[in-house]
Unconditional design. Sequence first.
Length: 456
Amino acid sequence: MGILQRFFEPLKLSAQYIFIGADRSRYPDTFIEELEYQCRRIVPLAAFACFFIPLGYLSVDQLNFPDKLILPWLRVGLSIVSVIATIVAFFRLVKYWGFASILLIAFYLVLQAALATLISNVEPAYMAGFILCLVIPALILPVPLLWLNILFIIIYGIFFIGLWVINFNQHTIMQLYSFQDLTSAIFITFVFGFLQAKTRESIYQRSKNLEAERLEADRLLLNILPESVAYELKNQGQLKPSLFENVTICFTHFVGFTQSLESQPVEDVINKLDQCFGYFDSVVQNYSLEKLKTMGDKYMFVGGLPNSNKTHAIDCCLAAVSMLNYVKKVTQTQEKQGKEFWKLSVGIASGPAVSGIVGKKKFVYDVWGQTVNIASRLEGESLENKIHISLSTKQLITEIFECQPYQIQDKIQDQIQHDKFESFIIERLKPEYSYDKEGQIPNERLLEFRASLLGN
């Protein structure tokens, strides 16, 4: 059953390709590979047709030329060649088995028609069959133009040499008419073969251009949306809002950025901001987090959505530590040059949040909820070079980090609308999870612990 299915499935795909067309998301990198793909799609149907069609001419040849025993063998030969081509394709005997199979069938198809015409002493009916067999490859054979022309040159050479060998002279008006048809067929095979080849190449180039534009659109979409969100939006045309029970929201903000715009060249300031955000992007990607947006000198990212996991709080805090260390190093470099640099303020909170897409043009993937409000307020304390976290986040990272309580301002308490809100400052990684003495770089044990949480 498996062998039969393996045979008939390509036949089905071949029929779909010829009569319906191929629906593909990716195209080969080169035109020669595209032609090979097209050959592979039509090989099963071509072999199937060329196996059975010549068998119908056996009785006709026997009636017309009972003494020409080679004629039936020429017909049967096409069936045999079709079987050989099928074997080449089925077992992938050569790298470009599509070309090999289809050229084998096409060459023998035209060759047997040419020889049958010569054996019949150029009977008009056989000449008509020869012309038909010439036109078919010119119109549908998806091979490089040079190969197609070589095929025709060989066949025409064999045919006209054969005419000389049999010392043929045009005896009847019908034969004269048939040779006029052959002249037209020669024109068609070369001219229409050329046009078909150029049309295929043009279609391929347009398809590749459209594919490149689509891939660029997909890339831009993935730059502003998480992959799973982009996939849903692309395929369904909309994204339903989703409630996540536990995620971690992080805001960063550069203290002193606005003042630097007034005292330093604007281009230099923006370039520095771009470098920092570029590093932040790499950190977010490294910890499988999602960047949501930037707002001026603020950078917002989230862990635990759109794909939930158990390490979202740890990941966000590790990312924040890495970002803070980077800013400190840049500050040291700038101070050695006698320049000032900004300080980084970070606010992190964990809890429930709703995510979704808002807007019809220049839409954004955003999150809402009290957790977002808390993270924003914690960052709004503007604690310079500190990572300010909520109690909910602290409870999720207590195994990894050392934290100290922090008393937030009363106005922040009011903004959060929480009577006894507790917050903390991340001091460092615990020694057993730290590669360095300062507790800033995670060690192998921490990475293994994180991996174990992801695996559960």
